[in-house]
Write a protein that binds this ligand. Structure first.
Ligand code: PAF
Length: 285
């Protein structure tokens, strides 16, 4: 595996691979790799001839009071995991290589970026779409892989790619969960044992709403009430949002018959976790 920090060199190497007729898969990450990231790398290895990845903790997507400084970093551990997953090119730039000075140019997917996590984390999705655009321009992949755990991010990136004509296919891979149901996240590392136990409430709340759907409930408000009832029983978790939205536009929906995304964010102490479930289109009960 070659580790590259310079954007121009990364572009040259990626272009050389594609020029030799190889289909290039790309997995952007902020490191602190877990099985969720590995599932993206494995999908890329299965579906493409060659895999590139990036490791860059992007300051632009963190708010001033967020966890940029303490975001988990383990370059050596990550390097070994990227290598074992068959990554050929790892792009690991420093902040100064990605942002030479104060930026004046941003990519924003209007209105969608203010929904769900975007409402609680102003500027977050602008930071994500800006860095992902830059990475796409550097790597020029045929296919890029994202996780369903951040369903809003995936929807916003799909929209950006469509509207800005990026010649890249977006693949969204399923959420990977621990045996207790908690969705894998680099931020799970912040949780103490009590908070880790309490974190199960996100999954339980979603499962309770899903069960209500399977019993015939279609009203979004009633499903949100079901899921909230689960949070009411867990004093160590503080709900940030729990919403039912259209999976493509992230606009709220009143009825899930046509399919919907049930998304949740909650604080365990100061750690904010997210999770979601897609409710497929339903036949009437
Ligand atoms: O999902 C993430 O890890 C980040 O938001 C991404 C896509 C790597 C951009 O920094």
């Amino acid at each position: 595996m070659q580790i590259i920090t310079n954007p121009d060199e990364m572009r040259d190497q990626c272009r050389a691979l594609r020029a030799s007729g190889q289909r290039l898969g790309f997995v952007p990450t902020m490191g602190a790799l877990h099985e969720g990231h590995l599932s993206l790398l494995h999908a890329a290895a299965r579906e493409c001839d060659v895999v590139a990845a990036s490791l860059f903790v992007n300051p632009l997507q963190f708010g001033p009071s967020e966890d940029l400084a303490r975001y988990p970093r383990d370059f050596e551990g990550d390097r070994a995991k990227f290598e074992a997953a068959g990554v050929k090119l790892l792009f690991a730039p420093g902040v100064e290589q990605m942002y030479a000075g104060p930026s004046l140019t941003f990519v924003t997917v209007e209105s969608m970026s203010d929904r769900l996590c975007g409402r609680s984390r102003p500027g977050h999705f602008r930071g994500v779409t800006t860095v992902v655009s830059k990475l796409f321009h550097i790597v020029e992949p045929d296919v890029a892989y994202f996780g369903q755990k951040d369903a809003a991010q995936a929807a916003i990136i799909r929209r950006m790619v469509r509207e800005l004509n990026f010649p890249v296919a977006i693949v969204v891979c399923p959420i990977v969960r621990a045996s207790d149901g908690v969705a894998l996240s680099s931020r799970n590392a912040y949780l103490n044992p009590e908070q880790r136990q309490a974190a199960q409430v996100l999954h339980r709340a979603l499962a309770r709403a899903e069960q209500a759907v399977s019993q015939g409930e279609r009203r979004a408000q009633a499903l949100v009430a079901e899921a909230r009832a689960e949070f009411a029983r867990e004093p160590h978790a503080r709900l940030d949002y729990l919403e039912i939205v259209d999976p493509d536009t992230l606009e709220p929906v009143d009825d899930v018959s046509g399919g919907a995304l049930l998304a949740v964010a909650a604080f365990l102490g100061t750690t904010r976790l997210i999770d979601n479930v897609v409710i497929p289109p339903q036949r009437n009960p």
